[in-house]
Write a protein that binds this ligand. Structure first.
Ligand code: TYD
Ligand code: MG
Length: 453
């Protein structure tokens, strides 16, 4: 019987070693080394080119042809924007996200709406399930082909007969190639299958969209090298129980990584949200305490975000602090600033903070809005709903300037706000805007303006 050859791979970084170790030498993670079977005879890769191997020669940069092939317009504006203006021919795009977030829905929707011929390969669902989902998404005449297959050899056979303009693979973790004997989803399988797909994409000029699972840390499952191999890494995120989803590019060889796309999950699939600010602010008839609106920037898009805070006397000895969509440590810092610099006694109070819409905010410009929401709840006085905030709060209680202040003011003005609080260190001319721009330097000035009248 032929001897089975095995090698040990780190499930975190993909490093290879001859023996099992408790700790990976490459990335210093514990208990990540797993034994995988690799075939003794390295067979040919599944994707073969007709042309015989040609050697490339060095040429001066001016000589290289500038002819740019047009990008494929997916007619999904949010996706196109995140990709930097459509899908680049021959590119390999990886879409990662938590289970059930809508990765398959997004790509099936793109595949069905596209006027080009798409081959949608799935190893996760049956063709009936895909058909049913397509019905829900409003299936019309579409040149889309569905293939339920996990073996790359068979996939490439079908690719040759269907000749698609775009290949979608759901998901890379279910694929397996005959050249390697280990089970699907293992490091060596993922690496080899991606390499085959990459070779196919580059040689045929057909773009490939891959779906990737993520592990519990939020990283794409599989070796880190997977992210190096592909041209674009997209991340689909959002709270599963909320309807809004954000698509962002973590890596993009053909465009900026600052763009984001926003979708709403509906019963007929994902709807593109072109004006996100309107949906993130809850509609209400009466002014409520503990609510403040901030002009933040996500990527390059200005977004008006509502922060809700609830401050109440602690029932138990240790006061609770909880934040949804906002960094808890930053909340503790802001509470300490309020306590120490501004004299508000919040040490014995429970503080709950929630960013509405189920999104996560990293932009420091939300600080002032958070602080005002907390104080509004603390004194139980509502902030008028025509005011908004855009400033960072420093450790000594000073109001710090934020970047792209003009853009934030314009967004607030566009959405009908009448007053925006910014730092006095932001060099803007209040006369340039129809909205009242209030420049403040200290927390006290903000409180006076909000609650003293
Ligand atoms: P799915 O695309 O299967 O997620 P993933 O591939 O990322 O695991 O999305 C599944 C979720 O989307 C499921 O919980 C139900 C929801 N959904 C809708 O709300 N409306 C729809 O039209 C579809 C197709 C799915
Ligand atoms: Mg899926």
């Amino acid at each position: 019987m032929a001897k089975v050859k095995t090698t040990f791979f780190c499930q975190n970084c993909g490093a290879q070693s001859a023996q099992w170790m408790g700790k990976c030498k490459a990335c210093s993670k514990w208990n990540t080394i797993v034994e995988e079977v690799v075939s003794k005879t390295q067979k040919d890769r599944a994707w073969k080119t007709d042309s015989t191997q040609k050697t490339n020669i060095a040429q001066s940069i001016q000589e290289i042809s500038l002819e740019i092939e047009p990008r494929i317009d997916t007619s999904n504006k949010e996706l196109d924007r995140v990709l930097g203006g459509g899908i680049v021919p021959g590119s390999l795009v990886l879409l990662g996200g938590e289970p059930g977030i809508g990765k398959s829905t997004l790509l099936l929707q793109v595949a069905l709406r596209l006027q080009h011929k798409v081959l949608y390969v799935t190893g996760e669902e049956s063709d009936k399930q895909i058909r049913m989902r397509a019905e829900r998404l409003g299936l019309k005449e579409s040149p889309c082909h569905i293939l339920t297959e996990t073996n790359t050899q068979n996939i490439f056979q079908q690719v040759v007969s269907v000749q698609p303009d775009l290949l979608v693979v759901d998901s890379i973790q279910t694929l397996q190639t005959d050249t390697i004997d280990s089970s699907p989803g293992s490091i060596s399988q993922i690496r080899e299958c991606t390499a085959e797909l990459m070779k196919f994409a580059k040689e045929s000029g057909t773009p490939v969209l891959l779906i990737g699972h993520i592990n519990k840390d939020g990283h794409i499952a599989g070796p880190k090298i997977l992210e190096h191999m592909v041209d674009v890494v997209l991340q689909f995120e959002g709270e599963r129980n909320h309807v809004y989803r954000i698509l962002r590019a973590n890596k993009n060889r053909f465009g900026s990584t600052a763009e984001i796309g926003i979708y709403e999950m509906q019963s007929q699939g994902l709807r593109e949200v072109s004006n996100p600010s309107e949906i993130l602010i809850s509609q209400k008839d009466e002014a409520l305490s503990g609510v403040a609106i901030s002009a933040t920037i996500e990527g390059v898009r200005p977004l008006m975000i509502e922060t809700q805070a609830l401050v109440s006397s602690a029932v138990y000895g240790t006061p609770q602090r909880s934040a949804t969509g906002f960094d808890l440590r930053r909340l503790s810092m802001l509470l300490a600033v309020l306590e120490k610099r501004c004299g508000f006694k919040l040490g014995a109070k429970d503080v709950f903070l929630n960013i509405t819409g189920g999104i996560k905010v990293d932009d420091p410009a939300i600080d002032l809005g958070v602080v005002c929401a907390i104080l509004s709840s603390n004194v139980d006085m509502a902030i008028d709903d025509k005011s908004c905030f855009a400033a960072e709060v420093g450790l000594s209680g000073e109001i710090r300037p934020v970047n792209r202040c003009e853009q934030r003011i314009q967004e607030a003005e566009k959405l009908g706000f009448e007053r925006i609080f910014i730092s006095k260190y932001n060099k803007v001319n209040p006369q340039d805007y129809n909205i009242q721009v209030v420049t403040v330097g200290k927390m006290e000035e903000v409180f006076k303006a909000l609650f003293a009248s």
